[in-house]
Design a binder for this molecule. Structure first.
Ligand code: APR
Ligand code: ZN
Length: 368
């Protein structure tokens, strides 16, 4: 029996500040269909930074973090997929399991999820502070010692996968791998450019390497990031500049088969179609600020048969893909651990965001 209400230390965003406040807040026990998780680790992702920097509007105050893993502490009524003691990776898009998309195996386009509203399926949240409701970011809120998530957002994985690694599988790795395998369907021997090699871009490179893409061209402003890109399998590294398209053409012959954008900047998104060959695919993985339209030369795109596709969370089906990614890690085929540049305490989270704003660090991970 778990005591109620229980307290948890959490990183809270008030909706306006660019910094988080570490507060002790209240957490209710898990209700029907939900799961109480004690966090083992939470990654610090570019999407959290977008929120802090005001790029997207969310319900607030918000308990940040959406890239988490931990141990199931207790389950609510009717929960069957996981039990206390299980190690789970949290999904920041929970399928409703009832809509047409979910019932046809395409849960990544589920229409019944309330993740983006930062709500549990019944419209509530488990977190509050002195009577004020708190919203767990994307219904995860992993920058907290404990959180309550819907059953479909807690995916059991083998306990041998360390929590820091497991947390990254929950966002950057799933996003990167899914964009390459589920969305772009890159085949061995095809060429790819990755623009932006932070946590997400490096995960894309890891997946491109796994499927045998060649060449793999990494583009970033930071020398350290480009060095990391090489270590994950990039065959060429470039700094952004006017001659980027020409350089990519030199390396690939006619342009790359695929180009991935993993920053979320309007200008780099606009440059993507110029990096690919006729019939190639430009894949949008980085998420731009709200209300920031991009302009594309539609005639050039149409005449060359190029496509521009959006990739949201790599079209991940959490229950299928998280265990697969965990197995790939355990088999030594996906070096997720090498993505972790800094293991930090919850209290040091603001420093991690500042480093990210300076373009430093592959991935900081909060370890609880
Ligand atoms: N050209 C090339 N690289 C750039 C540029 C630029 N103009 N501006 C920034 N970068 C690089 C940074 O140096 C950094 O390595 O982009 C990378 C961004 O990485 P992170 O800040 O670590 O962000 P990440 O967590 O990888 O997320 C990237 O994916 O899921 C989305 O919302 C997320 O939009 C964000 C994107
Ligand atoms: Zn993320």
């Amino acid at each position: 029996m778990i005591p109620s209400p229980r307290k948890t230390r959490a990183a809270v965003h008030d909706g306006t500040s660019t910094a988080l406040e570490i507060r002790t807040v209240e957490i209710a026990p898990p209700g029907p269909g939900t799961v109480l998780v004690r966090l083992g680790a939470s990654g610090v992702c570019g999407s959290d930074r977008h929120v802090l920097d005001g790029d997207w509007q969310l319900p607030s105050p918000t308990v940040m973090g959406h890239e988490g893993a931990g141990t199931v502490e207790a389950v609510g009524a009717g929960v069957e997929d996981v039990a206390a003691g299980d190690h789970v990776i949290l999904s920041w898009f929970y399928p409703c399991r009832r809509c047409t998309a979910c019932l046809s195996g395409r849960s990544f386009v589920c229409t019944g999820s309330r993740s983006e509203e930062c709500l549990l399926p019944d419209g509530s949240t488990a977190l509050s502070d002195a009577g004020t409701q708190l919203f767990p970011y994307l219904s995860v809120g992993s920058m907290s010692e404990y959180t309550v998530v819907p059953e479909s957002a807690a995916i059991k994985v083998p306990a041998e996968v360390p929590f820091d690694v497991a947390s990254l599988i929950g966002c950057s790795i799933a996003t990167g791998y899914g964009s390459v395998v589920n969305d772009a369907a890159v085949q061995a021997g095809q060429s790819a450019v990755v623009v932006g090699t932070g946590g997400v871009g490096l995960s894309i490179i890891m997946a491109l390497n796994l499927v045998g893409a060649n060449p793999i061209i990494a583009v970033d402003l930071s020398d350290d990031k480009l060095e990391a890109a090489r270590s994950f399998g990039a065959t060429h590294t470039l700094k952004p500049g006017d001659d980027l398209a020409a350089r990519v053409q030199e390396i690939t012959g006619t342009g790359a088969d695929f180009a991935f954008e993993a920053i979320g900047r309007v200008e780099t998104i606009e440059s993507l179609p110029w990096l690919i060959t006729a019939g190639g695919k430009a894949v949008l993985v980085g998420l731009p600020p709200q209300d920031a339209p991009v302009s594309i030369d539609a005639l050039a795109l149409a005449e060359t048969g190029k496509s521009l596709i959006g990739s949201n969370y790599g079209s991940t089906v959490p229950g299928r893909d998280f265990p697969r990614l965990a197995e790939l890690y355990l088999a030594g085929k996906l070096p997720v651990d090498r993505l972790i540049s800094n293991r930090i305490k919850l209290d040091d989270v603001n420093e991690a965001f500042d480093a990210m704003r300076r373009g430093e660090r592959a991935r900081s991970v909060i370890v609880f």
